[in-house]
Design a protein around this ligand. Sequence first.
Ligand code: PMP
Ligand code: GLN
Length: 397
Amino acid sequence: MEGSWRRAAHGALLLGPDGSAAPTIFAEMSGLAVRTGAINLGQGFPDYDGPDEVLEAARAAISSGLNQYPPATGHPVLREAVAEHQQRFYGLAYDPDREVLVTAGASEALAATILALVDEGDEVVTLEPFYDLYGAVIELARGVHRTVPLRRPDLQPDADALRAAVTDRTRLIIVNDPHNPTGSMLSPELRRLLVELAVRHDAILVTDEVYEHLVYDGARHVPLATLPGARERTVSISSGGKTFSTTGWKIGWLTAPEPLLQAVLAVKQFLTFVNGGPFQPAIAAGLRLPDAYFTGIADDLQRKRDLLAAGLTAAGFAVTVPRAAYFIVADAAPLGVTDAADFCRRLPELAGVAAVPISAFCHAEHVDEYRTLVRFAFCKRLDVLERAVAQLAALPR
Ligand code: PMP
Ligand code: GLN
């Protein structure tokens, strides 16, 4: 009996050695932060609310009775707002009725896409470190996960390594840009190379763009679908969680040519069917906010990034300043740390701060390169970051 349960959950990646579901690194470190009262710079979620217009639109939707199942592809108002957003920010044209699908966060969009398009033995290429969901769902689909490492100091993949990883066996290339956990953005040359490789090997591009509006120092996010030859083979995925500080609402979406979208919908309808009815029009209201909102959140987070980067540097970490997203990768080696996973388990006790080790975003056999790296989230109130920085300054060296 026990053997069949284990097989049903696909072995070691999803089940711990004692047969219970191994918590994700985010759940583990948030749990530790709650138990110890540490400042939680581990799991990436803001400790402040998003814009009033968005919160108010959700309240209004609930009051107006928008509380039943939305249509299978999402409320028309949100599909229209997503299509408008893609046009407004990137000049990308998608038909809201045939080429936009609303999902339960970017997570469901990614899971349904992988499950729909990957057959047993198909290869899926991602960068490494990678967002943990990719590895788990590729395994659920019984695909083969090939990774291309991001190399320090600029955290870009090597072009030749990409060329070697993408072959005729590659079904999907999942491109997380801006990138979690490193906060790096791909160079224009590498973006072009990814599209060229996808075309040459007839692979489908799947983008994870959840940090599209959290880019700093005047940079701009460039979706892969805007590159020549990309749109017809790209499933572009994003969500409202980061942009509107509503990670608990789980409203995401994808845009894709109709045949690809239909393949994903075939799976998605049996995962959640639909979700978050009254939150859908609220995220639509968010996507239609003026430009000042989008530049405002980036400016605010850039200040927070700078505060935490300076604090971590003063505490003795070697910091890579991210260009995007809301995480800083800091090397704890100068503090004498040899294993960031162990360090993160002790950090609440040492400094009253929780963080996550980069090793959690890597396959076990590739951990060495990243063993002393720690990810700190800076999507927190300034006073909270200031307290965290003061506490980290007291770390023993
Ligand atoms: N992709 C990346 C890179 C993420 O960081 C996250 C969440 N933090 C997700 C996907 C999941 O997004 P959602 O909460 O919208 O499901
Ligand atoms: N994406 C968030 C992070 O990277 C966490 C999401 C989760 O807990 N699964 O911290």
